[in-house]
Design a protein around this ligand. Sequence first.
Ligand code: HEM
Length: 411
Amino acid sequence: MTDATRTASLEEIDLSNPDAFVERVPHEWFEILRREDPVHFNPEPDGPGFWAVTRYWDIREVHRRWDVYSSEIGGTSLEDLEPDQIEARKSMIDLDPPRHNEIRALIKGKFTPKSVRGWEDQVRQVAREVIEGALPKSEFDFVREISSEIPMRVFADILGVPQEERRYIIEIGDHLLGNQDPEFARPPERPEHRLLPFSSPAALELFRIGRALAAERRRNPKDDIITQMAFGGLTPREYDVNFVLLATAGNETTRHTITHGLLALIENPDQLERLRRDPSLYPSAAEEMLRWATPVHHFRRTTTRETELAGTKIPAGAKVTTWFTSGNRDEAVFENPNTFDVGRNPNRHMTFGPGGVHFCLGAHLARMEVRVTFEELIPRLRSVELAGKVDRLRSNFFNGIKRMPVRVEAA
Ligand code: HEM
């Protein structure tokens, strides 16, 4: 925490500024907002400004009332898009019921706890291979070697992406989602790129991979997600944008959770010891890593009419952002919210959203991946420490870590 954020007044808080998230998450700002102005109007330098909702129960209310707080009118990101851009890019996350529910229903059966249990052995195998491949290097970038590799391989297996395109998919995802960070941002090269997800030509590459997979499944149907989507009556555009959603939603988010999870264990050696001594804590440790990391800081909705939230009037057509980062440290819900506690119970974090129709479809899969990764990693480590600077993503949307050099001694 910098001194500037420690002593911030409401006027100084600016959640629209990605620079405020580079050194670390400005948790002090969120504490002030929860206490002093829980439905806060944040002006924007190049936009109409947005309302920032920072208390746990208020965030839940926004996500439950999709008829008042629409995902469809203005999309779910802070950026203001033209109506044709919103229309062209709408995946299920940017739709309201009923169309949202129809598309989600096509594939939701593949993400139930039962389906996910069926993948656990495969995920464990992937985690073992990746970890055993990295540890002999002794000093390496944990993000490149382990935390980006596991979710990407798992999801490529599940979607059936060919081996040789897997690393490429990660790189495309980085360009798409890290679009506030100068390292990853690619400006639209042609005017028609405005209509692509994230206005990025990199999306065209994902479309190509997705279409090739769909064509293959149309010839050889399987009992899998792509087949469900290929035969699900989606328009070609709906297929493209939902493929991009699936290919990107689980990669960075799970990666950042795993990276933050290890960082939290390095910074809290007592918790690492506790986990080593009591392996029954892996499930609660994974939940605490999810709360601690909160890889997605916020989502956005647009009001369909004038409304009132926690006593504050919000006009129709307003941008409303819900800050999971803040809800996950709301002292009204979590005891000692700023303590990383691998045995935390209960832990009703909102890392996958606070419930409602858009609750993360991949939540069970992500939970299992995080738990299995640490179940496989920790027993193989005699020691682990940072070997350089933790390099964070410049973004007020993702709580991302780009690089985390570590030094390890294998057990
Ligand atoms: C730690 C990892 C993950 C985090 C933090 C995360 C977070 C989220 C959040 C916050 C939402 C929006 C919830 C809302 O608006 O109420 C969401 C939606 C979604 N997530 Fe995840 N997610 C993760 C992993 C995954 C994985 C592995 C998949 C696999 C495909 C996935 C697929 C989706 C989809 C398809 C949606 C849109 C659901 C809808 O609109 O109905 N996510 N996720």
